[in-house]
Design a protein around this ligand. Sequence first.
Ligand code: SAH
Length: 387
Amino acid sequence: MAVVSMNLSTTPAPSQALRADSRVLLGLSEPELQQLALDLKQQSYRGKQLHHLIYKRKIKDIQDFSQVPLAFRNELEEAGWKVGRSPIYQSVTAADGTVKLLIKLEDNRLIETVGIPVKDEKGVMRLTACVSSQVGCPLRCSFCATGKGGFSRNLNMHEIVEQVLAIEEIFNHRVTNVVFMGMGEPMMNLKSVLAAHQCLNKDVQIGQRMITISTVGVPNTIKKLASHKLQSTLAVSLHAPNQKLRETIVPSAKAYPLSALMKDCRDYFVETSRRVSFEYALLAGVNDAVEHAVELAELLHEWGRGYHVNLIPFNPIEGSEYRRPSKKAVQAFAAALESNRVTVSTRQTRGLDADAACGQLRNKFQKSPLPTDSDNLQPEEDVAVAC
Ligand code: SAH
């Protein structure tokens, strides 16, 4: 696993951490926790213990750190520290085993996280956590439920990391893959996404190559991401082979022409040696013709070699005119790409009956938080299936 050097400014240094307003343990590295122990007049191995309790044992409350002395636990709490884990407001399991969690944040906002278990041919389970990077999304891609629900704020780094721990807990299994494909646009919250990436890699011990950051394209951010030289995959949501069509599907494309986006993808490969993969949501009668596939292959060949396309047949959302293409149309599109020397995979739809499939993540508390007296409130029926 490649060791990555990353700007640590998003993770407070220990002495800074002590002064920080919100004193959250989750997100601190082992050396930072050791320093915190020293700052509180403990031996540094206590910091190592904290690290184990937070990331391996996934303990949510300082008072439950039974391995460390009560006096230290009390001191941590008196200094305003907390673990930084949030309660699960609701959990929905789809028939295929995919689990969608609604996590209630400190400001009563809800975010969605999806756990997708897949058994390989040898029967070994791969568990993918599909994490949110924002509460809602400001980008309003025409076919995505999250964009329709509005935007309220970026997530902090620990609010991203805790989603992975929550999935590990629910499945009682370690997460093997993380995809930033839940609610939100990761590149609009790059600072926290990078800090979370570092913590997931170093502290939760998920290989960089097992992490994918998906973006629809935000000007000036791909270069920034490339400068960190991560070994993770950058997935770009293309959805159209030309600017004109793309603008009708992805309104934000107007501010970031396809040629500029493709150039940034090429530069990303030059800088990181990691090929960008492209996501393409197939919308019946809109972008799913064989001619679109041929044009897409031409576009990709113009900008590089060996690009991979991931097709996502449209997952229906309420209030949308778009339709899912037939299996035959999807196969014809994939075949046209392949015969034009583009490798392609078609994403299996998972979690459809829990509204947890790609683009279906949406809840009615994206824009406004839950009422403050909601702690004892039972989740309403339509919260989980809130399209
Ligand atoms: N903002 C990021 C992450 C979004 S979700 C991005 O745009 O890449 C991850 C993928 O699901 C994106 O490719 C997105 O375009 C796709 N998606 C969103 N809604 C969808 C839907 N209803 N059906 C199929 N794919 C969808």
